[in-house]
Design a protein around this ligand. Structure first.
Ligand code: ADP
Length: 482
């Protein structure tokens, strides 16, 4: 008997089997491509998403059998699906990365709605979140408004759509972490917000029931894949799930994920803080308590290394970046600011563009690769500095594909001047869901064990840190065009 965790990400779906005591028994991953209809537009074909999910599940079941005790789901957040009550989507899913609603968001800002939205949802008025994507679908897909008028249209983030699909229409629910990313959910009052729904033209009957992350959401249908009904006991958005995957449940507990982008989440427990430049959102709800989390992100994290590899051809593999960086003693004054699509927190300069600066005759490719890794750390530091203004950090955990890079982690600990905790298993999202499932089956939170961690201590002198940060500030000024 085992738990099945479905991790539905932006470019792949994975099914992970956990033994009841938390060992990973098997992982099956199926990748898929997003669709880019025009610049700034990003969509996902739901048939392809569903088949990736099903194929990954099938692979696990074919090896381990169908004796599944319960299912849990982690998912890409904000991605928006409108579908009919019969389960058919009326259009592709609009990806969280899609910027098609930037004009609409600008218009709403001009109407002075930014403050109301921030106060109710904790979010920035931005195309990133689901609400403006729903508005776009309602007004651009033929008959969408009429279908909604008839009460036949439903909205879901990917978790909701997936549960609706797996249960053949019986489960129409979501969890608090996902709801808090839609920009329609009042995170203080814990309910869908009438005023916000009116702003975005969303009827209440289109919205799923919001549940805690640990909850009996319902049962899958008895399909050819599952062959019996299986309970779904856990659902959470991927970033919050990863924080929970480190058991980051104490005030100040922070996790930094180094993937394509970097996501920094700090558990602030209560809402005595209103983070101006950051997002406030809801943490995984595993008991009656409500955890608030602040979140900041870096657009180009590991993807900067991919760019160095694929676009500049300086390295053959991402892993090689570590040896390049260690082959030289310093950055020799080279900085890269990857403002490919402008600069986010704390600069908010949409017109800034990327630069490589500080080039002198002694610079070789290793310095540039090193500057790229260092740039990831400076950007994370910029966001973390905003967080530490309002909250003292407790344990800081790292995870994600690039966190295996020792140079990157040491430089990060040095620049942040804090200890980092790196787990032996850097895959924490599905583990967070496993913990929720284990709790659903009567385990106590104190009995959960987050496994082995290595500590990475800062060793850089204050003087050197200051000098490096000064260089970064100058590079930022250049990218902004000061
Ligand atoms: P995601 O889940 O966002 O797709 P992953 O967590 O799998 O991303 O991390 C992959 C990213 O990390 C890629 O952008 C890759 O360039 C980068 N990466 C992977 N391994 C390393 C490494 N050893 N050093 C630096 N960057 C790495």
């Amino acid at each position: 008997m085992y738990y099945l965790v479905i991790d539905e990400g932006t470019t792949s779906a994975r099914a992970i089997a956990y033994s009841l005591d938390g060992n990973t028994l098997m992982i099956s991953q199926k990748e898929y491509d997003q669709i880019y209809p025009k610049p700034g537009y990003v969509e996902q074909d739901l048939k392809i998403v569903i088949s990736a999910v099903e194929n990954s599940i099938k692979e696990v079941i074919s090896k381990l059998g169908n004796d599944i005790l319960a299912i849990g789901i982690a998912n890409q957040r904000e991605t928006t699906v409108l579908f009919k009550r019969n389960g058919r989507p009326i259009y592709n899913a609009i990806s969280w990365q899609c910027r098609r609603t930037s004009q609409l968001c600008e218009k709403l800002k001009k109407q002075g709605l930014e403050k109301t939205i921030k106060e109710k949802t904790g979010l920035k008025l931005d195309p990133y979140f689901s609400a403006s994507k729903i508005y776009w679908l309602l007004h651009n897909i033929p008959h969408a408004l009429q279908i909604a008028e008839k009460g036949e249209l439903l909205f879901g983030t990917i978790d909701t759509y997936l549960m609706y699909y797996l249960s053949e229409g019986k489960i129409f629910k979501t969890d608090v972490t996902n709801a808090s990313r839609t920009m329609l959910y009042n995170i203080y009052e814990d309910k869908w917000d009438d005023e916000l729904c009116a702003i975005f033209g969303v009827k209440k009957e289109m919205l799923a029931e919001v549940c805690p992350s640990k909850h009996l959401f319902g049962y899958t249908a008895k399909t050819s894949i599952f062959k019996k009904e299986i309970p779904i006991y856990a659902v959470a958005g991927d970033q919050q799930a990863a924080l929970f995957g480190h058991l980051g449940i104490k005030e100040g507990d922070t996790k930094i994920t180094y993937g394509t982008g970097c996501f920094i989440l700090t558990n602030i427990k209560n809402l005595e803080y209103k983070a101006k430049d950051l997002i406030t959102t809801l943490g995984v709800r595993y008991n009656d308590e409500k955890d608030y989390v602040i979140e900041g992100s870096v657009f180009y994290g590991g993807s900067l290394i991919k760019w160095i590899r694929d676009n500049l051809g300086l390295i053959k593999t991402a892993k090689e970046s570590e040896n390049c960086a260690l082959a030289v003693n310093s950055n020799l004054g080279v900085y890269i600011v990857p403002a490919f699509t402008g600069l986010g927190a704390p600069y908010w300069e949409a017109e800034a563009r990327g630069i490589i600066c500080g080039l002198t005759a002694g610079v070789n490719k290793n310095h540039i690769v090193r500057a790229a890794l260092e740039a990831i750390c400076y950007q994370v530091n910029d966001v973390t500095s905003l967080i530490t203004k309002i909250k003292k950090l407790n344990n800081v955990y790292v995870d994600g594909g690039a966190s295996v890079n020792d140079f990157l982690m040491q430089f990060q600990a040095d620049i942040l001047n804090i200890d980092l905790n790196r787990p032996e298993n850097v895959e924490r999202t599905s583990l967070g869901i496993y913990y929720l499932l284990a709790l659903a089956f009567k385990n106590d939170i104190t009995t959960l064990n987050s496994g082995k961690y290595n500590k990475i201590y800062p060793i850089m002198s204050d003087e050197e840190r200051k000098l490096l940060l000064k260089g970064w500030d100058k590079a930022i000024d250049k990218a902004i065009g000061k």
